[in-house]
Design a protein around this ligand. Structure first.
Ligand code: NAP
Length: 480
């Protein structure tokens, strides 16, 4: 039984109805701590009711012809495009991206939805040559892919719109129902995306966006047998706990990293510095692909370091809504304090601070460290903040060994003009993607994206998510 208590604030979307709750959660602007609004704090009963609604949604979604799915996805993309500034302002208010970064994310979301519309027409099967086996000459058949049913999508705060679109787009393209549980700190962008789909004519119950605490309703979504896939993006610890509980269902895990970039002496240093600085400090370093460790060949080290520090010092920290700002606040002061502590630990153990190292409330200045001992937390964990570590290495082999010596493996970069060195890195780096002559911080929405080791399981990138959200069904005809 769903209570319809009147409270002010945003509503959540359950089974085609926008509903309020008397229990709410505040949404703050991390820059100054002002309360933007409230959203309902969904209960376990809400989660169970949402799943019941999604069961009906799954039956509706599976019957939707592909041309209708394409039309709806394109209309939702048009809506985001036409209201791009509203989406960007929402991302920049509830999250920590600058307005320029938020506009970029809104545009990427349009792309993600359009790619989803295109991929909907390419969910193909194949004919099967049954006569490859003696005695099976009189058989013909094929397989096609069918939707799995209900996907539960659990998403993080750092790309509050496009990472939701990366789950909703392929789910709708492949004829599934989907329940989104956005991060508590950034639920508004996901709710706006739900509005886009409502305006686009998506049938009720196919998409629900349920706001609530992961600690309170997460288990219900993750363990419920009607949920056929948990598509999670977030931290390693949460991901591991979900994977342990999920049971017999599909899981897709897009987790964190502390990405390495290798810079060899023959590299274009100017280009390497430019990409590594923006790769380290974009989105205040709260980016799963962000550059955290740079391994520079000895002879290029001093020049690289000098240019890197000079470029870092040009970055402007300030009001995220000011178009001239490069770096806004962290998602919370608590996060900024954690980063400050990790940097201090490294300095206490002998690291040298080359730039930054300063905190003002939730703001942390772009920071460059060198000589960081391997027993510091920052040397092997994910910092998820604007801090980069520079190391000098004797040769490529050492750089590859150190790059791999962590429990993460999302993406990596190598700067070199030597094709043999580039291929050695491609072959030996344990990651899901290698960027040659670019930093780890490179992604387009239509490429396979995901990691190995503690960085995750499975791949997103529409086409690849669709594979996970569908199953092959074999059809065989026995002929006379
Ligand atoms: P997080 O703390 O792991 O939270 C992610 C989501 O999980 C939130 O919606 C959270 O809800 C929910 N959650 C928390 N506890 C849960 C539980 N017991 N059961 C089910 N769900 C639960 O991550 P975050 O701090 O938001 O995001 C940062 C992390 O995401 C970083 O590690 C980053 O590298 C990673 N990330 C990875 C990718 C990628 O594609 N590989 C992309 C972006 C970010 P609440 O907010 O209510 O706690």
């Amino acid at each position: 039984m769903i209570l319809m208590t009147k409270v002010t604030g945003k509503k959540m979307l359950i089974g085609g109805k926008w509903v309020e709750r008397d229990k709410t959660m505040d949404v703050f602007d991390p820059q100054d701590g002002t309360r933007i609004t409230t959203v309902p704090r969904a209960s376990v009963e809400d989660a169970l009711y949402t799943i019941e609604q999604a069961k009906e949604g799954a039956a509706i979604a599976a019957k939707m012809p592909v041309h209708e799915r394409i039309d709806i996805l394109n209309k939702a993309a048009d809506y985001v495009q036409n209201h791009r500034e509203k989406f960007a302002q929402t991302i920049a208010s509830e999250g920590s991206k600058t307005i320029n970064e938020a506009r970029g994310e809104a545009s990427r979301c349009v792309q993600t939805l359009r790619i989803s519309a295109e991929e909907a027409r390419r969910i193909n099967g194949e004919t099967i040559p049954f006569d490859q086996m003696q005695g099976h000459e009189k058989r013909v058949g094929y397989y096609y892919r069918f939707p799995i049913g209900i996907v539960a999508a659990i998403t993080p705060f750092n790309d509050p719109l496009n990472l939701v679109a990366h789950k909703v787009g392929p789910a709708i393209a492949s004829g599934n129902a989907i329940i989104v549980k956005p991060a508590t700190m950034t639920p508004l962008s996901a709710l706006l995306l739900a509005e886009a789909f409502e305006e686009a004519g998506l049938p009720d119950k196919v998409l629900s966006v349920i706001t609530g605490s992961g600690g309170e309703i997460g288990d219900t979504l993750v363990t419920h047998p009607a949920i056929r896939m948990v598509s999670f993006t977030g931290g390693l610890e949460t991901g591991e706990s979900i994977a342990r509980k999920a049971g017999l269902k599909k899981i897709s895990m897009e987790l964190g990293s502390n990405s390495p970039v290798i810079v060899l002496e023959d590299a274009d240093l100017e280009e390497a510095v430019e990409s590594c600085v923006s790769g380290a400090f974009g989105a205040v370093g709260q980016n799963c692909l962000g550059v955290q460790r740079v391994y520079i060949e000895e002879s290029a080290y001093e020049q690289f370091k000098e240019n890197f520090v000079a470029k870092t010092k040009q970055y402007k920290v300030g009001d995220k809504k000011d178009e001239a700002t490069d770096i806004g606040p962290l998602i919370s002061e608590k996060e900024a304090i954690r980063i400050e502590e990790w940097v201090q630990e490294a300095i206490d153990k002998g690291a040298e601070l080359l730039a930054g190292g300063k905190r003002d409330g939730a703001f942390y200045h772009p920071t460059v460290l060198t000589n960081v001992p391997s027993n510091c937390q920052i040397a092997h964990e994910e910092i998820f903040g604007p801090v980069v570590l520079l190391y000098t290495v004797k040769e490529l082999e050492e750089a590859i060994e150190l790059s791999n010596d962590v429990n993460y493996g999302l993406q990596a970069g190598i700067f070199t003009k030597n094709i043999d060195h580039a291929f050695a890195a491609i072959q030996h780096l344990d990651v899901g993607g290698i960027m040659v002559n670019d930093s780890s911080d490179y992604r387009i929405d239509g490429m396979p994206f995901g990691g190995v080791k503690g960085s995750g399981l499975g791949r997103e990138g529409i086409k690849f998510a669709i594979q996970d959200m569908t199953e092959p069904k074999v059809v065989q005809f026995k002929l006379k």
